[in-house]
Design a protein around this ligand. Structure first.
Ligand code: GDP
Ligand code: K
Ligand code: MG
Length: 300
């Protein structure tokens, strides 16, 4: 009779340039929307942990902010979190775009990986956007700049080849404990996810220069007696008066759109009707204030 497979576990981090689909892949793996996604860089500010468990074992995913050059205190914070993570984990998934173009960002990551012993998977994402025959050329281009334990093309969005990726990850993880019970899917408090969902809708609806300066604070989150409705009051914080006007929009139309989009996702997350009220406040230069960064929940 075959020996029963040992339970495996470990920590896996996703790295790669902004917008390659790290958060999308993580959500796909755990089958729930926890990390917000958008087509804007620096969507992910915090280190988010999610947990995948099945009979093979348990994988704890760390969705790190990107490895890039810091421009302000928030940027410095994000870079330091990302670099420390590489050494601490059991496996690194490096996500790349399906292209033979290798830029300064990729070379920077390749340099960093030379100094860590953790095995690295090259995950070529978004293969739904290219012809299958092209994939080999991307693989060849990346083999030139780093050594990979495995090279796996996937589509995080469509779920193509993601089961195979999971299977390969379990092969690299060692026998280990179950860190979280099998129902746990994230370490993020509900309030944090709610605030991130609102920030996602702001990122998606607003034009390019504003979103970077946007943070969301949850002022109140309270269930009504009987558990039929949750009231949520939240404030979108921005850096300039002119931004405030844009976020509110003509007769409140933009804020209303952000609120409607966010409410839909929050209701799905909490599995309950939600009454969401949004406010907008200006706090100049919050991204350069240690105090405000901590206050918004970005901490290690
Ligand atoms: P991150 O910055 O690396 O976390 O990237 P996100 O997960 O936020 O994704 C950035 C954008 O790429 C979003 O608009 C996603 O919908 C899109 N995206 C992610 N994965 C795929 C994929 O496999 N195929 C396609 N076509 N788009 C994807
Ligand atoms: K993004
Ligand atoms: Mg992300």
């Amino acid at each position: 009779m075959a020996k029963k497979q040992e339970f495996r576990s470990g920590f896996v981090t996703l790295i790669g340039r902004p917008n390659v689909g790290k958060s999308t892949l993580m959500n796909r793996m755990i089958g729930q929307k926890i990390a917000i996604t958008s087509n804007k860089p620096q969507t992910t500010r915090n280190r988010i942990q999610t947990v995948y468990t099945d009979e093979r074992g348990q994988i704890i995913f760390l969705d790190t902010p990107g490895i890039h050059k810091a421009k302000n205190k928030l940027g410095e914070y994000m870079v330091s979190v990302a670099e420390r993570t590489l050494r601490e984990v059991d496996l690194i998934l490096w996500l790349v775009e399906p292209t033979t173009f290798i830029g300064a960002g990729e070379r920077h990551i390749a340099e960093q990986l030379k100094n860590v012993k953790t095995p690295v998977f090259l995950v070529i994402n978004k293969i739904d956007t290219v012809a299958k025959a092209e994939i080999l050329t991307f693989i060849d281009a990346y083999k030139e700049i780093a050594d990979f334990a495995e090279i796996i093309p996937v589509s995080a969005l469509k779920g193509e080849n993601t089961d195979e990726l999971l299977e390969s990850m379990f092969r690299y993880l060692e026998a280990g404990p179950q860190y979280y019970d099998e129902d746990t899917i994230t370490d993020q408090p509900e309030r944090q996810i709610v605030s991130e969902l609102i920030r996602e809708k702001a990122l998606r609806n607003l034009n390019d220069e504003i979103p970077h300066g946007v943070a969301v604070a949850i002022d109140r989150m309270k269930e009504r007696p009987g558990g039929t409705l949750i009231d949520i009051d939240a404030t979108i914080v921005c850096e300039r008066n002119s931004h405030k006007g844009i976020i509110i929009g003509k007769q409140g139309s933009m804020l209303k759109k952000i609120g409607t989009d966010a409410r839909r996702d929050i209701e799905a997350l909490l599995d309950c009707k939600v009454n969401l009220k949004l406010w907008v406040k200006v706090k100049k230069d919050w991204r350069d204030s240690d105090f405000l960064i901590k206050n918004f929940g970005y901490r290690s």
